[in-house]
Design a protein around this ligand. Structure first.
Ligand SMILES: [Fe+2]
Length: 395
């Protein structure tokens, strides 16, 4: 566990190696956090929830960091307003790297002392998983930060191919599932976030799920068929969003009205749109409208999970690519219990006005995703690596 901890902590810093120091502080939107903040917040998590709980009379590295790098844990006192994280030029990146180094040493020492303590192992496991979540968030945020810049900075040269690989799409086949009672959700046999359990039964009607993601080429057909201008295709809130925000294409498309000039901002900078690649950075509203235009629908989270369990290769296809929107509201499973103590704020309090995404994505750290995993975002959000997997009722 301690080796995994060390490797995970190192990897977070490694992900910043493609950045200049100035990239580390920018916050173009309230929902985007500067990379520097991620480096500090994941360290704050270790101090507040491990060191302070397990060491007698623990003295914090810097009392002021407790407020600056608390994300949203109201039980743990005040926190800095999320939308103003980019206003903090201090502590510097180097000071935060030193903060990480000192706290990692303390965690290492404590882990050796507590190696027989299963409660300690559980919280360390959670801290590793928390750090992994922030690695993915950081990659989303980095893309959004760089995309805002008219110079279209390159995070990574294509041939490095170490973190974000270009998308590819396979031929569409349909996976048929017959009606019946199935079980979904996490049991207690391995680590899972509280929102993934308890394991429970669901009834599914006959349905089919596509084994691939909708491509840019298919999405372009939707646009050329005036998909963004046909109110009948859209949920009411989605239509309001399209009009208010003047949405005419996926988030990172540039000049979508001139077919020859369509480009897409990627981690390799601005690139010609690859028509055969899956369409990415799509909101729930867009995914839902596209599926309706196609005469199909989005899968439910239970359908997606049952399909993934029955078809082992399916998850491999999706998790190296994009999260798939499901039409399931992010709600507690029957008999759901939050984590105990301050950690009850980890997931449960966000179970309102969001939808579940399944499948993982190319920015998800290796080994982090499970079939029971429930990612969640608001229906208008699209800076995460999201895409569309289609479902239909007939088999
Ligand atoms: Fe966090």
């Amino acid at each position: 566990l301690i080796h995994r901890f060390e490797a995970t902590r190192k990897n977070t810093v490694y992900l910043c190696e493609g950045l200049e120091i100035e990239d580390m502080v920018v916050q173009p939107y309230a929902e985007v956090s500067p990379p520097k903040w991620h480096l500090a917040h994941t360290t704050w998590f270790l101090e507040e929830l491990i060191l302070n709980k397990n060491k007698n009379h623990y003295s914090f590295y810097n009392e002021k960091f407790r407020k600056l790098f608390n994300s949203y844990y109201k039980c743990l006192g005040e926190h800095w307003v999320q939308g103003t994280r980019g206003t903090l030029s201090r502590p510097t990146v180097n000071e935060i790297l030193e903060y990480r180094r000192i706290i990692d040493e303390l965690i290492n020492d404590l882990a050796i002392k507590e190696k027989e303590n299963s409660a300690f192992s559980q919280i360390l496991e959670l801290a590793i998983n928390h750090e992994e979540q922030h690695q993915e968030l950081m990659l989303m945020d980095i893309k959004r930060i760089l995309a805002e810049n008219p110079l279209h900075p390159v995070y990574q040269k294509t041939n490095q191919n170490k973190i974000i690989s270009p998308l590819t799409s396979n031929q569409r086949c349909w996976i048929n599932i017959s009606e019946g009672i199935y079980e979904i959700g996490a049991d207690e046999s391995q680590f899972a976030f509280d929102n993934e359990g308890p394991r429970h039964k669901v009834y599914l009607e006959n349905f089919s799920l596509s084994n691939n993601l909708v491509t840019n080429s298919e999405y372009l057909e939707f646009i050329e068929d005036h998909g963004y201008s046909q109110p009948k295709l859209w949920l009411s809130l989605g239509w309001d969003w399209v009009k208010k925000e003047k949405i005419i294409s996926p988030l990172y498309w540039v000049s979508p009205n001139e077919k020859k000039a369509i480009c897409e901002f990627t981690m390799q900078g601005l690139q010609p749109l690859k028509l055969s690649a899956p369409v990415s950075h799509i909101s729930y509203f867009e995914a839902d409208a596209f599926a309706r235009w196609k005469g199909m629908r989005l899968p439910t989270e239970a359908e997606f999970e049952v399909c993934a369990v029955k078809n082992k290769g399916l998850t491999d296809v999706f998790k190296s690519q994009l999260w798939c929107w499901t039409k399931s509201h992010y709600s507690p499973y029957p008999r759901y219990k939050t984590f105990a103590g301050e950690l009850q704020e980890y997931n449960g309090k966000f179970m309102c006005n969001q939808f579940v995404l399944k499948g993982g994505c190319m920015a998800t750290p290796k080994g982090h995703y499970r079939n029971t995993y429930r990612n969640f975002y608001g229906p208008e959000q699209r800076w995460m690596y999201s895409g569309i997997a289609l479902a239909k009722d007939e088999i």
